[in-house]
Design a protein around this ligand. Structure first.
Ligand code: ADP
Length: 436
């Protein structure tokens, strides 16, 4: 376009000069043509200069105003610059979105260059590895994560499995770090906090060890007696009977343990029990007579019923939880002691509690009583038929009813184990009748 316009202008100037020639002669004609050409050249040079100046800062706003043949050039440039600006804005918005996504990742991400120097890292990785974006960008990763296991992992170049590190940058986290090569030379370092997972694995391992240990003792006793019975068929009837009785006790102990384990596993699997009206005052009476049965006259048992209100819950689960507290009170209260079962409203919350005048528990043990197999006095727990799982079961059942287990105890004076239900589990008498 520019070329055509310039050629046309050149042809026009030459034609005009030739038209003047018959009137003004050759020298004037040539002068006019030269003047026209110089004008054209000056115009193009001036526009070239403006174009060059604009190219230093090529924004659509500062594009020079022109006329004639350069107008087409500038309007093309204007369209190109605008399209380029739009693309750039779209690209930078996409980049911002990717960065924001990386920042929001729940796991740590560190982008490393071909020399394993840090190019970018998200806040979670900074927290995990103690990185500082201002100081540490451009630093070699091995300089910042100094654990020998990581250095070895980096050198080995086999990144198919993560490496587990503890106490990185003085933190208490247990971290899983995995390198992921990308883009042929670069790497991503992914960091994950596996402290909780490790804790669960430890609890699981301890649990399996505890169960095996709990079962091994009665099994050894039964096995030993059976061996004696087999080896000594001439054993007198009284010894034989005594041994059979002991074996029976041990099998009962194993049975109780297996039953408690099954209850715990059912509760932990989260299978929801049927919710119904639980007539707590009636249950209280039944538990009191169970307590008397267990105590066999060694203790006095009383009931303190302050309300006739019922709760919404699963009858079997609540029966089992309350029953465990009652059985503990009987087992951990020396002969002559007193046990009180109460059902009352405390600040609007329904509370079931069992108070005894028994051995009591030292304050430091109280937070751990609901751990599986935690016992203050292992010997007493065993001789009274305990499995070490009772309070763990109570805690689970309380949680399933959004209730809390509260323990108050004084060594030598006695204990109070209370299950505090949320107020919305209370059923008024009318509701109770309707629910029947
Ligand atoms: P266990 O089968 O050993 O009784 P639990 O989980 O029911 O297991 O209780 C855990 C431990 O809490 C018991 O071993 C005992 O030391 C302590 N404990 C529970 N109830 C009482 C209580 N009423 N008085 C004193 N100690 C108790």
């Amino acid at each position: 376009m520019l070329l055509w316009r310039s050629a046309l202008l050149l042809a026009g100037i030459s034609l005009m000069g030739l038209l003047f020639q018959p009137f003004f002669g050759w020298s004037t004609t040539l002068l006019v043509i030269i003047a026209g050409l110089v004008g054209m050249l000056a115009y193009h040079l001036y526009n070239l200069h403006r174009l060059n100046r604009w190219l230093n800062d090529p924004t659509p706003q500062s594009i020079p105003e022109t006329m004639g043949s350069w107008d087409a050039v500038y309007s093309k440039l204007y369209r190109m610059v605008r399209a380029q600006g739009k693309n750039q804005r779209m690209l930078s918005a996409a980049l911002d979105r990717f960065v924001a996504a990386g920042e929001a990742m729940p796991e740590g991400v560190v982008v490393m260059d071909e020399e394993d120097r840090i190019e970018w890292c998200n806040p979670r990785s900074m927290q995990h590895l103690g990185l500082d974006r201002k100081k540490d960008l451009g630093q070699h990763i091995a300089y910042l994560v100094r654990q020998p296991a990581f250095q070895q992992y980096l050198l080995n170049q086999d990144y198919s499995q993560p490496v587990v590190l503890r106490h990185v940058a003085g933190n208490d986290f247990v971290l899983s770090l995995q390198l992921v090569p990308f883009d042929s030379t670069r790497k991503l370092l992914l960091t994950r906090d596996i402290t909780q997972l490790e804790r669960i694995q430890t609890v699981h391992r301890d649990f399996v060890a505890n169960v095996s240990h709990e079962l091994r003792t009665p099994l050894t006793v039964v096995g030993g007696f059976l061996e004696t019975l087999l080896d000594m068929p001439e054993l007198d009837a009284a010894t034989r009977e005594a041994q059979l009785k002991l074996m029976f006790e041990q099998t009962q102990r194993m049975q109780r343990l297996v039953e408690d384990l099954l209850t715990l596993s059912r509760l932990e699997n989260g299978v929801e029990g049927r919710e119904e009206r639980v007539d707590t005052p009636a249950l209280l009476q039944q538990l009191a007579s169970d307590a008397e049965g267990l105590s066999q006259g060694r203790h006095t048992v009383s009931v303190m019923k302050e309300t006739d209100l019922c709760v919404r819950g699963n009858y079997d689960e609540l029966h089992s939880a309350f029953g465990n507290l009652v059985s503990n009170a009987v087992r951990y209260t020396p002969d002559g002691g007193h046990i009180t079962l109460s059902w009352q409203l405390e600040h609007g919350y329904p509370v079931f509690s069992v108070t005894d005048t028994g051995l009591g528990v030292e304050a430091q043990h109280i937070p751990r009583l609901t751990e599986r197999f935690y016992r203050v006095d292992r010997g007493r727990s065993r001789t009274t038929g305990g499995t070490g799982l009772g309070l763990a079961i109570v805690k689970h059942i309380a949680q399933r009813h959004q209730a809390k287990l509260e323990v108050k105890s004084e060594i030598g004076a006695g204990s109070c184990f209370a299950i505090v239900f949320p107020a919305n589990r209370l059923l008024e008498m009318e509701d109770a009748i309707l629910a029947k």
